[in-house]
Structures are given as structure tokens and as C-alpha cells.
Design a protein around this ligand. Sequence first.
Ligand code: FAD
Length: 505
Amino acid sequence: MTPDAAGRLPSPGSSYDVLVIGGGITGAGIARDAALRGWRTLLVEKDDFASGTSSRSSRLVHGGLRYLEHGQLGLVFESSNERRRLLRLAPHLVHPLAFTWPVYRGARLPLWKVNAGVTLYDALALFRNVHRHELLRAAAVQRAEPTLDARHLSGGVRYWDAHTDDARLTLANALDAERAGATVLNHVTVTALRMQGATADGARLRCTLSGAETEVQARAIVNATGPWSDSVRALEGAAARPSVRGSKGVHILVPRERVGNRDALTLLHPDDGRVMFALPAGTFTIFGTTDTYADESPDSVRASAADVDYLLTAANAFFPAAALSRADVVSAWAGIRPLVAASGDTPGAASREHAIEVTPAGVVTITGGKLTTYRIMAAQVVDAVERRLGVRHRCITGTTPLGDDTARREAACTGADSARVDPALEWRFGDLAFAVAHEHARTLGDLLIRRTKLAFERRDNGLGIGPDVARRVAPLLGWTEQDQRAEVERFAEEVRRIFGAGAGA
Ligand code: FAD
């Protein structure tokens, strides 16, 4: 039993207006919106906030230029609007990002078409994107990205989107929900729904750290469990057709100095012409993503050697001097897109729109969507909840800035706590202490995978620093030596689950 878990659960019979199941970006956004409207809200997440798909994305807050090919103009319009809003309301987490799209002779999408696409993209953003796109001659593409293969280059475009830290964006929503009065619990799973006749009116909760259990009542229940939606739906008892279809997406992270890219790039994979990205991430470059329907469990999805090779093929085609091999891959990981079932024959063409449904047991269930559109998805879910509760309040997330703890965290990282956990990477021991004190971090995985990105950016996925970090945070979490050993074991298991044997280990 991990001692910190004692007393985390609500007392038996506690009653809430809204119970939100799932602490990814969707659930955290819904909890924030509901709490800001004044509802007594409980958010429960079975693992850690953003431990599912919401820490495995391409980390883009984007209009979705790619969706124009599939005629999804409404989605691009909505996403562009949300991009503009998040740049304004969360400037500490959402930053403009310039993309170069190099176009080669004979490519599936010729230059005129790409230029027409980005022109439409700017128009759908009402010409209020960070900057307007530019058409580039081949020489200008070369100047912008000197290490890119320049042979057969016919030109390119430069356009703008935004990037974020997906796990931190999710956490910021959960913390804001808490500030607005919600109870937010990570490492607490919903194991059963309490049925009053045919209607769900509460849930059984189990703390996965201590094994303690309790039961709570709720006037409205939201299922925001992304790729797990159907397993939570199964708790209602009745058989239902699947509501989500998982599509697996893989990323690899390599040293940026090997690639030499300056900004982000939009690329067409040389084998199948799929749109993919090269994304700057500090001293690293991320290549992604794949997009394949998968039946793998979202609890253990990870990159296969074939996924890694597919991404390396593209990386080497566009940056031949890099000559990347599997040994250069620092980390590789996968996530499951919770696509609305029956939304397309191929995952790439499947809509990223979301669907909100009230099940026969009265559970408001949301599937699909994107990181970018989480705020508007949340607003619509809370509207649906309010229709059930028969009371309407105004949604204020469209104008309320997202909480910013940067200054507090910086203050906590002064003195001895400014020492870096890994001299080559940006995170300090103070970040870890702050995460335990103020950000609900309870496990080594919380600290090394989601509050920081140490596990993504170290070749050993953080395994080598696990024991030292456990010793440092032990007094803060009340861990005995035995607890520390158990935590190191648990972390190793989580790393195996997410990163596999470790592409670069
Ligand atoms: P999740 O993040 O998976 O959250 C669901 C949560 O529910 C999980 O944390 C899980 O632990 C919890 N849960 C499950 N069962 C229970 C239970 N019984 N009790 C309590 N909790 C439970 N979108 C963008 O806008 N931009 C991008 O760049 C982008 N890139 C992507 C790249 C990839 C490879 C993938 C896979 C997706 C990408 N997306 C992107 C889409 C975006 O990441 C997802 O739409 C979004 O993260 C889904 O969030 P979610 O909260 O619905 O699901």
C-alpha cells in the first residue's frame, strides 16, 4: 500500500452535480467548464491526468490543414477559431509555430494545390492567424531549411499553426477545475456505475494506489474516457454497438542536431504520400505520425519496429545527411485516436469531429475530437448535462484565461532546487517538488513522463534516474525505502508499457 493514497477518496455517499470519468484533455476540459459554471464537480482519472492519448499527440493546436483534402471545412474553421482563442487565453502553453511545406516535382500534391490549400486555410481562419502564409521559391525553401533534400524541389509554402505541451495543457485544465471548486482525483478508477432502475446515478470508485474504495452519487455522469469509452459504457450493463474506433499513431524523437531542421515541416511520406510532420521540440526533432486502425488495448499500445522504420524512411528521404538508424531514436511511443466509430474507411480520412450521445442509462458520452477543439467540446458536453439537469448557466471558458503557475513554479525552483535532474535536459528537482506539492504528482511516472518529459528525452526513458528521483521525493510523498523500491518497479513497468523495450535503449 502506498501511504500517500490514504484519505484521497471522497467520503462514502458524497454527492455531486456532475461526475466526469476520464482525465484526458476532454474530461479535464469538461470538469473545468462545469466547475466554472458553478456545478459541484468530481473528476476521476484511473491513472494520471493525460496518461492516455492526451500525452501522446503531435502536440499541435492546429486548424488541421490536412483535413482540407477530405473537405472537412467546418472542422478546420472551428479548429482555427479555437487555435486563435487558445493562443490568447493560454499564451504560456500555446505558442505559434512556423511550418515549411517543401514541394517536390511529381509529388502527390503539386505546388499550386498546396498554395491553394494554405490560402483557403488562412481564409477559414478569417485571415486572423498569427501570420499569413507565403509562397516560397525553391531557393527560399533551401534558405529556410538548409539541411532538407533540395533535389527536385519545386518550391514550397510557409504557414502558421501552434504547438503546446499536451500533458501540461490537460493538467492546467484539471488544476483550473480544482481552483473553481471541483474535486479532481488522479489514480482513481470508476469500477462500477450505481444504477437506480435503468438510470445511472452514481459510481463506485477505487484508488489504484491504495486499493481503497468508495461510492459517490451524481446527478449527471459524463463518460470522457476517449479510447476506453466502450469499456466504461459496458458498465451500464446493456450491450451497445461500439462508439469508438481506435487509430494508432506513432512518433519518434531524435536529436535535432542530426536533422538540422529549423522549424516545423509538413512532409508527404515517400512510400504512401501521407501527410506527416517533422516538429522541433527543444534539442530534439519529433517525426510523426502513423495512422492505422488498431485493436490494441489503449492501456498497452506502443510503437512497433515497423512503425519506427516507416517514420525513419521519411526522415532519411527528406534529410539524407542525417542517415538516421534505429539506434538514433531516443524514444518512440504510440497513442490511440478515439475516432467516432464508422466515421471513415481509412483512418486518415476518418473525421476528427466529435459526437455527444446520451446513453439509455443517461450517461453523457463524448467520443472523437481533438486536443485543439477540447474547449468547445467541453462547452457542448456541459450544455448537454445542463439539459438533463434542467438549468442553464453561461459558459465562460471562451473568455476566461487558463491558469498560469509558471511564476510560482519558477519561485519554487530557486536555490538548491534549481539543480537539473539530468544535466543535459531542462528539468530541475524544484519542478519535481512543485509537481508533488501543487500538481497532484503521486508516482515516478507522473513526474518523469507527464510533469516533465524526462522519459521521452532520455535514451533509457528515465529508468537510470528513477532510484535517485524516488529518494529525493520520498520525504514529500511519505515513501519508505520499501515504497521507493516498489515505485521504481512500478515506473519500470510503465516505461515498458509506453515505450516498449525502448527503441534507443
Ligand atoms: P484520453 O486522453 O485517452 O483520456 C481518457 C482518459 O480516461 C485516460 O486518461 C484514461 O486513463 C481514463 N479512463 C479510462 N477508463 C477510466 C475509468 N474507468 N475511470 C477513470 N478514468 C478512466 N489532436 C490535436 O488537436 N493536435 C494534435 O497534434 C494531435 N495529434 C495526435 C497524434 C496522435 C498520434 C494521436 C493518437 C492523437 C492526436 N490528436 C491530436 C488527438 C488528441 O490527442 C486526442 O483527440 C485527445 O488527446 C483525446 O483526449 P481524451 O481525453 O478524449 O482521451
